[in-house]
Ligand binder design. Sequence first.
Ligand SMILES: [Zn+2]
Ligand SMILES: [Zn+2]
Length: 89
Amino acid sequence: MKCEVMKNNNNSIFCETYNCRNRAKWFIGNPQGPRNTWINLCDECLQSVYGSMPDSVKPAKVYKCDYCGEEFLKPIEKATHMRTCKKKG
Ligand SMILES: [Zn+2]
Ligand SMILES: [Zn+2]
C-alpha cells in the first residue's frame, strides 16, 4: 500500500486539522516515506474523514451467504444464490 493509516504512539503530537486541538492518534501517509510527509489526525478527525468519503472510493458493501459465506455485491444475487446453496440444510 502506498498510503495507509498508522497508529501514532507518540502522545506529544497534535492533530493537524485547522481549529482542532486534540492529540493526534493516527498518521496517514506512505509508511515507507519520510515522517514529515505524514498527516497527523486525532480519533475524531479520522472518523470524519471516513464519514465524508465519497461512495465511489468507499469499500464496497458485500452480502454474505448465511450458509457458505460466499460474497455478493447485491442482496438479490445473495437471495438467488441462497435458494440453491449446496451447503444449505
Ligand atoms: Zn483533530
Ligand atoms: Zn451459499
